[in-house]
Design a protein around this ligand. Structure first.
Ligand SMILES: NC(=O)c1ccc[n+]([C@@H]2O[C@H](COP(=O)([O-])OP(=O)(O)OC[C@H]3O[C@@H](n4cnc5c(N)ncnc54)[C@H](OP(=O)(O)O)[C@@H]3O)[C@@H](O)[C@H]2O)c1
Length: 340
């Protein structure tokens, strides 16, 4: 088979635009590309040519081999089964199917073997989960993760195109001496931090925090992993950062952890405090590697226990969403092309 017939659903959104770019950058063997969104009448550039965006409909996935979904969960829930029934392999970025035991939840650097068990739908994990696990999985393999405490600093583009536009609007209004109202976020995000992403549950955790806990357990196959998260929206345009405090079964010194991370797939170690070298979202943006640094001992653990602290930054639109999905699709396409 010379190439695959591919659809990108949600092509006009923050993640979809990146998907189209990354398919081209990574020279994915696309035979034909169908761009889908809520409405047509627009075009996007693909291989240097304007390509029409179509409104999604019952025949949108006919003849499609693989479909990248970058739409909200309720839209995925409606259309992913339609595409999968028609024979396409769907890689879905929403939270709709992530905890379904029948659906593999995959970070290719961590659990690529799970892809083989798919039944038409493969889920891309939450962006903060991907960014944390690219750094933590190699440490887990070396020393066994027992406990994770994560505090996130999440960029506004994590809330899509509208989130990005809201921060830009508020910053411009501030420069003019006026204020722009908040509509995407519950409070002004410019010059602020909002410890509230997605809905609260009855225990006062947010869904975003629970996604990180549940998805990490599923991907690492560590159902007993103890996780506590605080997810915070920060006035950063792009790339999420996370402070990760871990406790491991076996001892792991900061030097050993750095050695492991230096050779870990998908990781760029930036950890030289004397040279002011550490991860920052501005510099992780536009890249696929997760930047890891500030590796140090956690002295707050009890005597005889093993604690480490790390700081990571990663482009959540690329590795936290679009790149991860395209990497999965690359692995799926190897099988599809072999069996064609
Ligand atoms: N942003 C991130 O950093 C990030 C990271 C990981 C995962 N995700 C997930 O990826 C998905 C997309 O997020 P995003 O940030 O790209 O959102 P976005 O910027 O708001 O884009 C949403 C896309 O969905 C389309 N759409 C909206 N309602 C639709 C409907 N009823 N029918 C068909 N298409 C519809 C939009 O098309 P129109 O242009 O026609 O409205 C647009 O292409 C979400 O599930 C999100 O949770 C996002």
């Amino acid at each position: 088979m010379p190439g695959l017939d591919v659809a990108v659903f949600g092509a006009t959104g923050a993640v979809g635009v990146e998907m189209v770019k990354i398919l081209e950058e990574r020279k994915f063997p696309v035979n034909s590309l169908r761009l889908l969104a809520s409405r047509g009448g627009r075009s996007m550039e693909w291989r240097g040519r304007p390509t029409p965006v179509e409104a999604v409909g019952p025949s949108s996935f006919e003849g499609i081999h693989t479909a990248l979904f970058a739409v909200e969960g309720d839209v995925s829930r409606e259309w992913a089964p339609v595409a999968a029934r028609g024979g396409a392999v769907v890689i879905d970025n929403s939270s709709a199917f992530r905890m379904d035991p029948e659906v593999p939840l995959v970070v290719p650097e961590v659990n690529p073997e799970d892809i083989a068990h798919h039944k038409g739908i493969i889920a891309n994990p939450n962006c903060s989960t991907i960014i944390a696990l690219v750094a933590l999985a190699p440490l887990h393999r070396a020393a066994g993760l027992k406990r994770l405490v994560a505090s996130t600093y999440q960029a506004v583009s994590g809330a899509g195109k509208a989130g990005l536009e809201e921060l830009e609007r508020q910053v411009q209004a501030h420069a003019r001496g006026t204020t722009a109202v908040a509509s995407v976020f519950p409070y002004p995000i410019a010059f602020n931090l909002i410890p509230h992403i997605d809905a609260f549950d009855e225990d006062a955790n947010t869904k975003e925090e629970l996604k990180m806990r549940d998805e990490s357990r599923k991907i690492l196959r560590a159902p007993d992993l103890r996780v506590s998260c605080t997810c915070v929206r920060a006035p950063v345009l792009r790339s999420h950062s996370e402070a990760l405090t871990i406790e491991t079964e076996r001892p792991l010194s900061p030097d050993e952890a750095r050695k492991i991370l230096m050779n870990a797939p998908g990781v760029k170690l930036l950890d030289n405090p004397a040279e002011r070298s550490y991860p920052m979202p501005l510099y992780a943006s536009g890249q696929d590697l997760i930047h890891v640094g500030r590796v140090r001992r956690d002295d707050s653990v009890e005597e005889g226990r093993n604690g480490l602290v790390l700081w990571v930054s990663g482009d959540q639109l690329r590795k936290g969403a679009a790149t991860n999905a395209v990497q999965i699709m690359e692995k799926v396409s190897e099988t599809l092309r072999e069996t064609a």
